[in-house]
Design a protein around this ligand. Structure first.
Ligand code: NAP
Length: 248
């Protein structure tokens, strides 16, 4: 197995090359490059327990996550992940810049003490509803968050193509989507992905809650993946795929 530092460099180079190869495709759509990156168990669970923190993978795979973060301009999670994991979404384990943190949160449920609201370099952009509570909006703006209403009613899903167009128009040309289950499923069902990097942790969790898994509706005809690379990082198997219809 190659040394950790070699694997990190290989991973960074590979995602850079993929982004460069995909430039024409996503530029014509006026949206950022989209990488889905997440960890799951052998039985497809993203977390041990509904709404609880998710650290399934090894420290080595965590370094991969940080390397991938460093190669994207922005990183997106749903509010469910903020509530469960309170992630920092920064780059700490490898050299590189922090991506712009983004959250989908139509009720503005994000806690004011969340790490991402106290980010070392930039405040998050929060995609929300026009009718989200005004007092929450004011409190979040006072902490520097950029509030971007894209739907009217709290509870309506943020339309992903509209959000991606907003990102493109605001200078974000590469996006990593890190979770959680609902947000990743929404991207897959909308066929909005250019790459998927999946950490397969060699464990069975036995979770059966929808929220723990990516349960894509059969009607959506989700794209399959062409697997381009796989490698071991410590005990985890890392799968690198591109959606089949975009095969190079
Ligand atoms: N294994 C991994 O790699 C990994 C990574 C990240 C997270 N996780 C785990 O995933 C779990 C959280 O996942 P989750 O499914 O509960 O929450 P989530 O996907 O993080 O967030 C979902 C929420 O985002 C909001 N949202 C707004 N627009 C949306 C859209 N178009 N599509 C989907 N969601 C939209 C909705 O809340 P509103 O209606 O309030 O707007 C929705 O309930 C946690 O347990 C966490 O530990 C695992």
């Amino acid at each position: 197995m190659p040394a950790q530092s070699t694997l990190v460099e290989m991973a960074r180079n590979r995602i850079r090359e993929w982004q460069a190869e995909g430039t024409n495709h996503y530029q014509s759509e006026q949206r950022p490059w989209v990488t889905l990156a997440f960890a799951q168990s052998l039985d497809g669970c993203l977390t041990f327990k509904r709404g609880h923190p998710s650290a399934l993978s090894s420290d080595a795979a965590l370094r991969l996550t940080h390397a991938l973060r460093a190669e994207h301009q922005a990183i997106l999670v749903g509010v469910g992940t903020v509530l469960a994991d309170n992630p920092r979404l920064t780059v700490r384990l490898v050299p590189g810049q922090h991506p712009q943190p983004l959250v989908l949160d139509t009720h503005l449920r994000i806690p004011l003490e969340s790490h991402i609201l106290h980010h070392p370099t930039t405040a998050p952009w929060i995609f929300t509803a026009t009718k989200a509570p005004a007092n929450r909006r004011n409190a979040l703006e006072a902490l520097g968050a950029r509030i971007v209403p894209l739907v009217d009613e709290p509870g309506d899903p943020i339309p992903l193509p509209l959000m991606l167009r907003y990102l493109w128009e605001n200078g974000i040309h590469s996006l990593m989507v890190e979770g959680g289950a609902k947000v990743l499923t929404a991207f897959i069902e909308a066929h909005l992905l250019d790459a998927a990097i999946i950490t397969l942790a060699p464990i069975w969790i036995g979770g059966y809650h929808y929220i723990n898994k990516l349960l894509v509706s059969p009607e959506r005809k989700a794209p399959g993946l062409s697997l381009w690379q796989w490698e071991m990082w410590d005990q985890d198997l890392i799968l690198w795929g591109r959606p089949r219809i975009y095969r190079i």
